[in-house]
Design a protein around this ligand. Sequence first.
Ligand SMILES: *[C@@H]1O[C@H](CO)[C@@H](O)[C@H](O)[C@H]1NC(C)=O
Length: 275
Amino acid sequence: METRRMCCLQLFCLILIGLFVSEIYSSSSIVSNIIDESIGESFEENWIVSKTEDYLAKSKDIVETESKGIPKKPRFLCLHGHGSNATLLEDHFKNWPDFVLEKMDFVFINGPFPVDDGLFEWFTSDEDFANFENFDEGIAYIEDRMIELGPFDGVLGFSQGAVVAGVLPGMQAQGVCLTKVGKIEHVIIISGAKLGGRMFPMPKLAETAFSSPINIPSLHIFGETDIARLNALELVEAYVDPLVIFHRGGHEVPKLDEDGLKIMFTFLKEINAIV
Ligand SMILES: *[C@@H]1O[C@H](CO)[C@@H](O)[C@H](O)[C@H]1NC(C)=O
């Protein structure tokens, strides 16, 4: 009888402890949510401040611009990944806050070569990436779209699109392509790779693209578990003073955390998207 009562008591105590622990657990996750939210808010607040300053500076600019015809938002031609398309890539940027997105103009286009229904690529490579079939045609297609939809200030690419975005400025500097459009002033390269690096061979047309360091503002974004991590790094090294957002995620357009946003702001300043 006595042992049975002891058992009941023990069971009761265990249940109490269980309830207590689960209460602590749930309240601590509430606390961390609140912390997350307030970090988000303090960023928004900082941004409202600088947005106001930005706005004041901008309106001053606008007055001056009337006669001189200067600044506008930097315009980027955006190149999606392999087997993707314009709208799918555009969706990925829903992760980025409006106060970043509204500083730039992103124009998304489909690649030239279909791989599936409504899905495209910029060039076709065989299984082991040893050969490209149609690299030159892909580049010519991009130049045509730039003439049609331009002028552009920069190029942005994700994955296969970033392989192309990463090589275009060097090819243009060497005069082998994009001769009928303005200079590419800056690039955003997300999970890219260097042609002629560890993963891809160098197409003949791009042979000289990396013969000297690429000296324009560049923002490189890739993740800890990104399949393109090492390849992306090779591209970083091809640029002068590259800005890098190295995030916790994988092969994706990541959310921008506090560190990511700081680097993003530095980039936006470099390309005069923030005054
Ligand atoms: C891209 O692909 C999605 C999903 O297959 C499709 O809904 C969309 O219409 C396509 N967009 C373009 C521009 O082809």
